[in-house]
Design a protein around this ligand. Structure first.
Ligand SMILES: [Ca+2]
Ligand SMILES: [Ca+2]
Length: 178
């Protein structure tokens, strides 16, 4: 039985070379690598999947999304407007996801770009036996009840500082990427 499935992975982390570059106190500063997050694929994945990642203040196109340690092909995270949130979509190639435990981690590009990572929605298709499909449905209900109670990170976008036109040395290094 083929089904579509998805999972929400919450990071709320700040990647960057300077923790003072973005005013986002609710986001954990993690320098060049986010936490390694685990998620479960209950069936046998079939075909490509995709993900949608919530990001803020992305100037570099070199940030990498690692699924099971493998960098997604090409550009993984599209640019956003300065000090703004955006959603970026990318394809997960067939064969990158596996049945059971999988991991996702974001690696910052070199240079001076500081970015925020909110939630990532990971979608895939899979083949399940009928009894496995019933188990998956029950697990989803429990998981969605938990997710609904978590605070909406989007409101923290208001705390992003406005840009300083004249810029400091660290902001200058961001500007040189453009
Ligand atoms: Ca890539
Ligand atoms: Ca930035």
């Amino acid at each position: 039985m083929a089904t579509a499935d998805f999972v929400i992975v919450q990071f709320n982390e700040h990647l960057g070379d300077d923790s003072g570059d973005l005013k986002a106190p609710d986001f954990t500063f993690v320098h060049n690598l986010t936490t390694l997050k685990h998620f479960n694929v209950p069936g046998v994945p079939t075909g490509p999947g995709y993900l949608i990642i919530q990001v803020a203040d992305v100037q570099s196109k070199g940030h990498q999304i690692l699924i099971n340690g493998t960098d997604l092909p090409g550009t993984d995270i599209e640019r956003t407007l300065e000090n703004r949130w955006g959603e970026s979509m990318d394809v997960i190639p067939e064969g990158n996801l596996q049945r059971g435990d999988n991991t996702i981690q974001i690696r910052r590009a070199g240079g001076g770009d500081n970015i925020l990572i909110g939630n990532v929605m990971i979608h895939w298709k899979q083949t399940l036996k009928v009894d496995e499909a019933q188990h998956a449905a029950q697990a989803d209900e429990a998981e969605h009840a938990q997710t609904a109670n978590e605070a909406d990170h989007a409101k923290t976008a208001d705390t992003l500082s406005p840009s300083t036109p004249t810029g400091s040395a660290s902001e200058g290094s961001v500007l040189t990427e453009r």
